[in-house]
Ligand binder design. Structure first.
Ligand code: NA7
Length: 538
């Protein structure tokens, strides 16, 4: 049995940041990582065309000015290999690997009420004893593969975008299928189309996408960003999304159609996600949203040659950005190639997999390779994989059987001394997740320091605080269009999952203020105890 102060699960961006922060404060930290290396989702999502749709300078750690100055991003939107190089650089530069144990999957975490400590067990039979336990397991880290009839009969290669093989995958001369048209499907389509003999993209829901307007970073741009990095960070921290974009204070409905067209055109050509903030009410008011959605549909239509394919690609069944839009590099244009075909699953659903491909209600497709870009069991998938057992033997899965409940997205009642990083109840996937990750971890570190200073050994979320936060999440989301459609924000991506809106839609800046207020008022909503016995009475 190894004994530590803080046990962190996951060595992605969040886990490394937690290790750096808590170790720096003098705590004994251990990170357990199921894979063989650092990187989390960026380790696994090695599919062609994978890149971040947040700008590189913003999707990077802010804790070290030296790191900011020495790292040179090559493109406005970094590719997966470049991000992985960055993560590895950070791991080396701050000597993080010595406290990470790879190839170690946690299977059980049990809160021991007598000692008020967590006992963590691994697949390999190891046991760890820790005071604090942090889940840094990501939100999009449990791949979802539909279980089509006949799947096991298929003789070709089957790959999931979120578990991309480490060996080289080739497409030359192959007939390839991609199922799914979220960010992953949209990013890989134009790249695979270039090499494959034939590519069929299976689409269920047409998705909105903004052009990435990607470009190499010039030396002048790099120097400019680095000269003013603090201001850039400040903008990100004080923006709603953590991306640094300030929404236009005007309503989309208060300007002339000509003005609106001009504003959308400018945003379209440069802003990626920032497009959604062209007017403040795009995500708040359906009529305002319609103006943006209509502009995007016209843009998509203008680059697709075939009228039938064009019509099928146009997103019409949901409001723009009510589900996560993509930021693409030539997705729609790929359908102008002779070797690319769109298979509309709403028109002709998949009936079964055969030994040589896929049979839809319209035809038999033959493929050498089938790629699932079908997304993830979002938010709770990876939190439910291990058995996490809190007070009185309750599991996290039982506790959240009607959907996640948290206080500030930080902790859960009945699970003392357990932190969840950028999970449900936090801005998480509705924000630049790097900003939210750093914000939460620094806050948690200050929280633990506060406990130490006050000689407290245990914290626990109060039930009422949890209820109140859940209520606040629901009140805030009602102001938006997020509830107007099915999405992975509200659990619709997995059949049978509770339909609860999971992230916090009040924005990064608002969330930050709430966290700071909570701290300033002595960490409201949390109970503290100097020892286990005291907690019995809470
Ligand atoms: P997403 O965004 O969840 O997209 C998954 C896609 O797969 C989406 O188009 C789904 O269609 C489709 N899908 C899922 N299940 C099926 C089945 N059974 N049949 C056909 N099509 C299916 O995941 P991504 O990996 O693209 O992106 C994940 C995140 O990574 C992204 O949001 C960014 O944050 C980065 P649906 O829309 O459900 O009809």
């Amino acid at each position: 049995m190894q004994t530590v102060d803080v046990l962190v699960i996951g060595a992605g961006f969040a886990g490394l940041r937690a290790l750096y922060r808590f170790r720096g404060l003098g705590y004994k930290v251990k990170v357990l990582e199921a894979s063989e290396d650092v990187g989390g989702v960026w380790y696994h999502n090695g599919y062609p065309g994978a890149r971040c749709d947040v700008e590189s300078y913003d999707y990077s750690y802010s804790f070290s000015p030296e790191l900011e100055q020495e790292w040179r991003w090559s493109e406005r939107y970094a590719t997966q290999p470049e991000i992985l190089r960055y993560i590895n650089h950070v791991a080396e530069r701050f000597d993080l690997r010595r406290d990470i144990q790879f190839n170690t999957r946690m299977t059980n975490a049990t809160y021991d009420e007598a000692s008020a400590r967590w006992v963590i067990e691994t697949e390999g039979g190891e046991t760890f004893d820790t005071q604090f336990f942090m889940m840094c397991v990501g939100q999009l880290s449990t791949p979802k593969s539909p279980n089509y009839p006949g799947l096991s009969d298929y003789k070709g290669e089957v790959i999931h975008s979120g578990k991309w093989p480490k060996h080289e995958v080739t497409y030359e001369g192959k007939r390839v299928a991609i199922i799914g048209t979220g960010s992953s499907g949209m990013q890989m389509t134009p790249v695979i189309a270039k090499y494959a003999k034939h590519l069929t993209v299976f689409q269920r829901t047409p998705n909105y996408s903004i052009p990435a307007a990607n470009a190499p970073v010039t030396d002048e741009e790099d120097a400019q960003v680095k000269a003013h990095y603090r201001e850039r960070r400040d903008r990100a921290w004080n923006s709603a999304t953590g991306l640094g974009f300030m929404p236009n204070k005007t309503s989309a409905l208060d300007v002339t159609p000509e003005e609106r067209e001009k504003a959308y055109e400018a945003a379209w050509n440069r802003l990626g996600f920032g497009f959604a903030l062209t007017y403040y009410d795009i995500l708040l008011n359906k009529q305002a949203n319609d103006t943006a959605a209509d502009f995007i549909r016209r843009k998509i239509a203008s680059v697709v040659n075939d009228p039938v394919v064009r019509e099928k690609l146009l997103p019409r069944n949901h409001a723009f950005a009510a589900r996560r839009p993509s930021v693409d590099s030539g997705y729609f244009q790929a359908f102008n190639r002779d070797n690319v075909e769109l298979a509309d699953l709403l028109e002709s659903p998949i009936v079964e997999f055969t030994h040589e491909g896929i049979r839809t209600s319209a035809k038999n497709h033959v493929f050498d390779m089938i790629i699932f870009a079908t997304g993830f069991d979002v938010f709770t998938g990876s939190l439910f994989k291990p058995n996490i057992i809190g007070r009185g033997g309750i599991t996290l899965k039982q506790k959240w059987s009607d959907g996640p409940v948290t206080h500030l997205g930080v902790g859960v009642s009945d699970f003392p001394n357990m932190f969840i990083v950028v999970g449900p109840g936090s801005p998480s996937l509705l924000s630049n997740v790097m900003v939210s990750t750093e914000e939460q971890i620094d806050w948690m570190a200050a929280f633990v320091e506060h406990m130490k200073a006050n000689k407290q050994a245990v914290f626990e979320v109060q039930h009422d605080a949890e209820k109140e936060w859940g209520h606040h999440i629901n009140e805030r989301v009602k102001e938006t269009l997020y509830l107007s459609t099915d999405s992975y924000y509200n659990g619709a991506e997995v059949k049978g999952k509770p339909r609860v809106f999971m992230p916090y839609s009040g924005g990064v800046r608002g969330y930050r203020r709430i966290l700071h207020k909570c701290a300033a008022e002595g960490y409201t909503g949390f109970s503290f105890a100097a020892n286990a016995a005291w907690l019995e009475k809470v």
